[in-house]
Every structure is written in C-alpha cells, then in structure tokens.
Write a new protein. Sequence first.
Length: 317
Amino acid sequence: MSLRTKRFAQAEETGVEKQVLVEERAIKVGRNDPCPCGSGLKYKKCCLGKESSDPEGLKEKYLRDYGIRLKNSKDVKGIREAGRLAIELLDLVEKKVGPGVMTEEINRMVHEYTVRRGARPAPLNYRGFPKSVCVSVNEEICHGIPGKRMLKEGDIVNIDVTPVLDGYYADASKTFFVGEPGPEGAKIVEVARECLKAGMSLARPGNQIGDIGWAIQTHAEAKGCSVVREFVGHGVGFEFHEPPQIPHYGQKGKGIRLVPGMVFTIEPMINLGEKDLRILEDNWTAVTRDGSLSAQFEQTILITEEGFESLTPYDLG
C-alpha cells in the first residue's frame, strides 16, 4: 500500500518523475564503461556482478547513495512473518466479500483480526488516514476509506492490508470480484494480475528498477489498458514506506540496480481507460478521472542471490 496525500498525487512531475531521474543519473556506469574502481578495465570485466561478494560494503553503499536499507536474514524472517499475517487477512476478507457487505465491515474484521494476532494495522492514523485497511471499489484506484458503501453484484473491490508484527511491516493487496463480474471487470482484474506477474518476473539481482516498470507498462498497454503514474511501489520492512520508489512504468535498463537484501512492493494500479486520476474531497480516495474501472494486485518482494522471493505469497494463476 502506498498511501499518499492529495498533494503528492498531483505532483507527478516534481515528485515521482524527479526521483526517477535522480536514480537514473546515479546509474551511469555501462557494461563497457571504465570500472569505477579505477582498475582501468571495463566494468563488465572487473566489478560487474561482484558487488554481492562484499555484502557489508554494498549495504553501506546503498544506504549512503540511495537511502536503501538492505535486510539481513533476521529482518527477512520478521517481514516474512508479517507477510504470513497479511495473507491470512486477505484470505479472511475473501470469504466475507459479497453483495450487501458494507466496506466498514471489512475494516472491522481486518482490525480485530490484526490486533488479535498481536500486531497492529499500519494504515490506521498514518498521516491522518482514519481506518485500518484501504477498500477501493470499481473506479476507485486506491486509498478508499471504508464506510457505509455497500458492495453490490458485479463490483470489483481492492483490499489493501499492511500489518506490523514485532516491528516489521509487510504489504499486500488483491482485487476481488463481488459475485459474478461483468466483462469489463473480468478484463481489468485479469490484466492487473498479469501486470504484477510481469513485474515480478524481472525482479532479480543485476536488473534495474526501470526493468520492472517497463515490463508492467508494456503488458498493460498491449492489452489496451493504462498504468497509474502517481502511486508507486516502495521499500518496506522497517517502515511503512522506505526508499526506493518502484514506478510501474518506465524504461528498461534505467534506475537503481537490484541487489540481494532489497525488500520492496510491486503494486501496479491498472485502469481500463485513461491513466489520469483525481482525488476526492476526503483527500485520500483516488478515482479514475474518466470513471473507468481500476484494479491492483500487490506483493512484498525480496531480492535474493538467485532471483526473488515473495514475502506475501499468493497464487497469481
């Protein structure tokens, strides 16, 4: 979940895109460029791929250069436990979702179960967000505030949970059908699910952040859909939101290089219509400007030596 204020949602050019540019400029060394270690060899013949042989040096570099805190095995274990709770919450909600259910009921259920498990819901009171879970229906892209809205047959609803367990955060969401979906609902949910799979497929050491966004954008647009720009994936684990940001659009071969120990969310928000959005008067709920349906799937990802591990694993089909 990437909670943002209205100001952030309207600050694409000076916010997300600016950070992406900073990150891109930080990665200037190409495979055939002189190695920055000063050996005189090309990067590909010298230090390319060797960064992980000095994990402490890499940890210091990523914290110094990008503000990214790489996670050790103890941290990963803690986030994985929080991730198990996140999946329990989504499974619980899935059994409840149906026509006639009020979104506030979903909030109550998530809150009570989270507390009963000895955890706390990160969204509650985060920058003033008033509930324990985000519930976004149909044209609502994200950050929907649970209340008196009743789910009805044919709706689609995204449930976004972030439990904090023993000081560790894990973040996950799914979009569910309410009863039987119409053709548009079925399409956008399937495309959003496929987009998460596409992004995760490029989450491996040596790739770059831009590769993930490129894969998502390419797939979404090939299906005639669009990618929301204003809300992005993010580092997670020690805090709700940490560096780096993970845009769900972009260019292949751009951005910070992925290394083992990075933990972040991939959470593409995909619209059936245009990518543009607006924020409602509650200063939280983002909706599609053209009123088209929007869907999202999210998992918390760990970059490993071999590839990635989802710390909030559920079946993407």
